[in-house]
Design a protein around this ligand. Structure first.
Ligand code: C2E
Ligand code: MG
Ligand code: MG
Length: 729
């Protein structure tokens, strides 16, 4: 028991360690730029993956696809997608990284176009071939993705550092009317110095070691065939090298092609000969062994990852992505997952990416060695789907069964990492949500609007995604709904009203705070639609409750000042109220004071029109803003709701005095006063002693689902009836 506890503690410590580490990575701008630049190239990768599949049809029946015209069509598609992916990565990286650079006064502001130019130039310094030959090759995904990423990171880092040296700034003033020209001239020496440093580095590399980064890798790995044999350890070593290369974005099997030529091709030929002579094939390891038993869905056995995403993925996005990536993966094309999740350079997936194929190699080797599965004697194109391929290369159903076992084991290895990765993503989103909420609540937002969609970086992206999701939620599903919080009149112990509060249960982020929903709707232009949805929904419910509630029990609905600027608001709102069967005086619209309201003559006029029609108007969160008294003068008010920040009168004498004067003011202007945010009995007693009678707060009830409201109201009436029955006449 004790040892189980100790193991649990160790696992949870390990998990926290991985989470901390990955969080540190997640905040590193170079890491963010790597992931975003790979993700940016995803449309090209998908196109390239499909073209590649058509170029290498899995079954002979699709031989008609091999016509010369169709082949060159596919080649053109591959060239313009995979073929230039390195360039896309360079550009994406430079722009993302530049935009993530913090700017401090006194420093030069980084310019993304300029960084891109320097980075592209440095890339060509490193990879440009001699003469024209192979010019396009250097831009390809297969050959130069790692060089592209490494160059982008190094060159932009160097440029940012050099540009901070005063000695490297040209003494120029403003150039004409365009500040960009001034920027370019200021950064010119640093940009030129960066490119020159890359040239020197390339020369040194050429002189001292070997030409090009990947050539360095290849020359090291070619030494592996020297140890070639047919042992289990060799299969593990080969697979390990191929997977490590993949982790760095390099096409492992292609780089290790010398191993194929020297070892595996000969083994395959010998096996085929033996099969024809009906003798025992001498080798276990051939290229097809790895293609079909350890790379199901492509390197990293990404088919297992797809299954793990479908089984364990909690977010709709990851499941949707898994289904999109499934089609190419069925034909062993894994680029969408490699660059889309991404698996490349992702510390969260490095363990399963490497261990899954190793475990599968171990199982497959032993299954063949123990004669549970026949040795490989036949050839199948690498795009042949799983199960069919297992059968084709071994000539036995046992080959397909071995693939089933490999898939199950691989999926089990991937599942915990899918969970971990989602957990990390969730933590990141929770933090981003917090930032967005703070932005909405900030003083700046009160005055100038939150401008969520214009925010830079991950926050801005989350805001845009949420705005898109909100659009869908408003139009269709049941993610948006209302809760109701009772307002209690303590004098007659009755529910004097109920406030409708908006709720959004986001499918992956959970509850989103209402002010953020409203701010997003406001910025994206569908506040009107959302506002009328809320009013209609609330009025319909209040009308349904008519026989449970007293006729004068009001329905309070929050309205944002922006909604009131709509010239049709009054007419439409009255139409909704009447259509639901309520009378205007049963509805109270709550307006929060913001700077947007008072200067807007149209909004104030709308309030007057509504009031004339009988709708009640309440001023919400009174006492929070700077212009509260001004509001009392300008707006036609029935109710003032004292803000929660003032309810803790016990803590602060000033609060008590403010509340007293609000009460006096309300009485003299015939405006009723309600106190919000009452949580404790002691608060209630103090306010009652100050003369307040209507309250809203957790002490009475938290906001509750619509179905719970009638029974709450009824229980209060019944309690009241019991008390009056037992009271002495
Ligand atoms: P509000 O209109 O002042 O609503 C009262 C808020 O205080 C609600 O938060 C409620 O759950 C919370 N509250 C009530 N009693 C207590 C208490 O005793 N203690 C504490 N700590 N909190 C209490 P909620 O639902 O998160 O709404 C926040 C704000 O979002 C609302 O403040 C309102 O300004 C806005 N909002 C909510 N629904 C809507 C809507 O349908 N339309 C518009 N335009 N704004 C809305
Ligand atoms: Mg309110
Ligand atoms: Mg309030």
């Amino acid at each position: 028991m004790q040892s189980t506890n100790r193991t649990d503690a160790k696992i949870s410590r390990l998990k926290t360690g991985i989470l901390d580490l990955s969080e540190r990575f997640e905040h590193n701008p170079y890491f963010i730029a790597t992931h975003r630049s790979l993700a940016l190239s995803l449309p090209l990768i998908m196109l390239g993956a499909i073209a590649l599949l058509l170029r290498h049809p899995p079954f002979p029946a699709f031989g008609f696809l091999k016509s010369p015209h169709f082949t060159s069509f596919c080649d053109a598609l591959i060239d313009c997608s995979f073929g230039i992916a390195a360039l896309v990565v360079l550009i994406g990286f430079s722009i993302t990284l530049t935009n993530l650079q913090p700017w401090r006064p006194g420093q030069l502001r980084a310019n993304s176009a300029l960084t891109t130019m320097v980075v592209v130039s440095c890339f060509f310094v490193i990879v440009a071939p001699d003469g024209d030959a192979g010019f396009l090759e250097v831009l390809s995904l297969r050959d130069n993705i790692l060089t592209a990423l490494a160059t982008s990171a190094l060159a932009s880092w160097l440029l940012f550092r050099l540009s901070q040296f005063r000695a490297l700034r040209l003494p120029v003033g403003a150039f004409g009317h365009d500040p960009l020209i001034g920027d370019v001239f200021l950064l010119m020496p640093a940009a030129m110095a960066t490119i020159v440093i890359f040239c020197i580095a390339k020369m040194l590399l050429m002189i001292s070691i070997a030409p090009g980064l990947e050539a360095l890798f290849a020359s090291f790995l070619v030494s592996i065939p020297a140890m070639a044999n047919d042992q289990l350890i060799y299969s593990l070593l080969y697979e390990f090298s191929a997977q490590v290369l993949w982790f760095f974005g390099l096409h492992g099997p292609n780089i290790l092609s010398p191993v194929h030529e020297v070892v595996f091709d000969q083994a395959a030929d010998a096996n085929a000969l033996a099969a024809r002579a009906e003798t025992m094939p001498p080798y276990i390891l051939t290229a097809q062994f790895f293609d079909f038993f350890t790379r199901m869905g492509g390197s990293g056995s990404t088919l297992c990852l797809i299954l793990a995403l479908v089984i364990a993925g909690k977010t709709a996005t990851s499941r949707k992505f898994a289904f999109i990536a499934l089609i190419p993966a069925l034909f062993n094309v894994n680029e969408p997952l490699m660059y889309g999740i991404p698996l490349v350079l992702n510390p969260l997936y490095v363990i399963p990416l490497i261990t899954t194929p190793l475990v599968q190699a171990f199982v497959a080797y032993n299954a063949i060695d123990l004669h549970l599965v026949p040795r490989i004697t036949e050839y199948a194109t690498w795009t042949t789907p799983v199960f069919a391929s297992g059968y084709l290369i071994t000539g036995s159903i046992a080959g397909s069964l071995l693939q089933v076992v490999g898939l199950v084991i691989g999926t089990l290895i991937y599942v915990p990492f899918v969970r971990l990765s989602e957990q990390v993503g969730m933590l990141r989103n929770v933090k981003l949500l917090e930032t967005l909420n703070n932005q909405v609540e900030s003083q700046h937002a009160q005055f100038a609007g939150a401008h969520l969609l214009e925010m830079h970086g991950a926050e801005g992206r989350l805001a845009t995604t949420l705005a898109r999701d909100l659009d869908e939620a408003v139009k269709s599903s049941n993610q948006l709904f209302l809760e109701y919080q009772p307002q209690i009149n303590v004098r007659n112990r009755e529910v004097s009203g109920t406030e409708a509060l908006l709720r959004w249960e986001h499918p992956s982020l959970g509850r989103i705070a209402p002010p953020l929903i409203i701010a997003l709707a406001e910025e994206s232009g569908y506040l009107d639609e959302l506002g009328f949805f809320i009013l209609r929904e609330a009025c319909t419910k209040r009308a349904e409750w008519s026989h449970w509630l007293a006729e004068d029990c009001t329905l309070a609905v929050n309205v944002s000042p922006r909604q009131l600027s709509n010239p049709d608001f009054c007419e439409k709102a009255l139409h909704i109220i009447r259509e639901s069967g309520l009378t205007p005086k049963q509805v109270e619209l709550e307006i929060t004071e913001t700077s947007a309201l008072l200067p807007d003559k149209r909004a104030v006029l709308t309030l007057h029109e509504l009031r004339i029609a009988g709708v009640r108007i309440a001023l919400d969160d009174f006492g929070m803003g700077h212009t509260s008294i001004h509001y009392l003068k300008e707006l036609p008010l029935d109710t003032i709701k004292i803000d929660r920040s003032l309810t803790n009168v016990a803590l602060n004498k000033a609060n008590e005095l403010i509340v007293k004067s609000i009460l006096e003011l309300g009485e003299s202007m015939s405006i009723s006063v309600m106190v919000e945010g009452i949580e404790e009995e002691e608060q209630l007693e103090r306010f009652m002693s100050l003369g307040c009678t209507v309250f809203q707060g957790y002490l009475f009830s938290k906001p509750m689902p619509a179905v719970a409201f009638p029974s709450f109201a009824q229980s209060l009436y019944m309690e009241d009836a019991k008390q009056s029955e037992s009271a002495p006449a």
